[in-house]
Write a protein that binds this ligand. Structure first.
Ligand SMILES: [Zn+2]
Length: 185
């Protein structure tokens, strides 16, 4: 039988059987032991990787859940804020409506008052005109009265009748002269 090379210690050897791979039982044992170790390590590595992958997946799932929850709470918070701001806007609208109504009332009142004022002014102008008309009439009446008084004085003087007391009092009160001038007799 030809010489073989031991894959464990690389030494050349004469195999006793055709199936003999290693030079000695110790090399065979060492090799087997190493292969077992490798297998264990590989298994351990694989299970570690699986565990890591599982944990990753779990972590991802947890993150996703947390994100979902956060999103939900954000959404509910946002809807609460939205409804609150909607309420605020509605309340403000109501206040604005009230103020607008009051302004409208005030404007109407003001309009009424200013039209009343205009009416009062027009009335005042008319009253002034009336007063001046009355004064004019009164002056004309006074002129006529004085004319009649002078004529009566001339006549009573001509007839030699003295003025009666009430008439004399009227002349006195008005400051009219009761003396007849010479040329008017
Ligand atoms: Zn060997």
């Amino acid at each position: 039988m030809s010489t073989k090379k031991c894959p464990e210690c690389q030494a050349p050897f004469e195999p006793r059987r055709t199936t003999q791979l290693y030079c000695s039982a110790s090399c065979s044992g060492r090799s087997r032991e190493r292969r077992r170790r490798d297998t264990r390590r590989a298994t351990a590595r694989t299970s570690t990787q699986t565990l890591v992958a599982l944990e990753h997946a779990n972590g991802n799932a947890r993150l996703l859940n947390a994100e979902k929850q956060h999103l939900r709470s954000l959404q509910s918070g946002t809807s609460v804020i939205l409804s609150k701001s909607q309420e605020t806007v509605l309340a403000r609208d109501r206040v604005i409506d009230d103020q607008r109504t009051q302004l409208h009332l005030l404007a109407n009142k003001y309009f009424d008052q200013s039209s009343q004022l205009a009416e009062a002014k027009a009335e005042c102008v008319e009253l002034k005109l009336e007063v001046s008309r009355i004064l004019k009439t009164r002056n004309a009446d006074l002129q006529d009265l004085m004319q009649i008084a002078v004529r009566m004085l001339q006549l009573t003087d001509h007839l030699g009748i003295p003025l009666d007391r009430p008439t004399a009092e009227i002349f006195h009160r008005r400051g009219w002269n009761t003396n007849i001038s010479a040329e008017s007799r």
